[in-house]
Design a protein. Structure first.
Length: 102
């Protein structure tokens, strides 16, 4: 089972990289980490919700200490910054806290 999973991942990586390189050649753009991430998002391989959750998680962890560890204040700032409801940001924050517990 593990062997099949590795084979699938290797195939995915190879095909995705091949497709990305073709895209770069056609669009006359340089291959670099930023363009591959943009490519993965544009191809819907990385979903917008994943981008949003990841960004909020990282920003929350960075901002919390500078906000005197006040969660509500940090959530409010992130909601304003990314034009989201505070409830949406709280949901992401709760998922962070739940992951840390396990």
């Amino acid at each position: 089972m593990e062997n099949i999973r590795k084979q699938l991942l290797d195939e995915f990586c190879g095909k995705t990289l091949e497709s990305y390189r073709e895209h770069c050649q056609k669009a006359h753009i340089k291959e670099d980490p930023k363009t591959i991430i943009t490519y993965l998002i544009d191809q819907d391989i990385i979903k917008p919700v994943t981008v949003r959750h990841y960004t909020i998680c990282r920003e929350y962890e960075v901002l919390l200490p500078s906000m005197d560890y006040k969660k509500s204040k940090t959530v409010r700032l992130l909601a304003e910054r990314y034009n989201l409801s505070e409830r949406s940001v709280w949901a992401v924050v709760k998922s962070i806290e739940n992951k840390k517990k396990t």
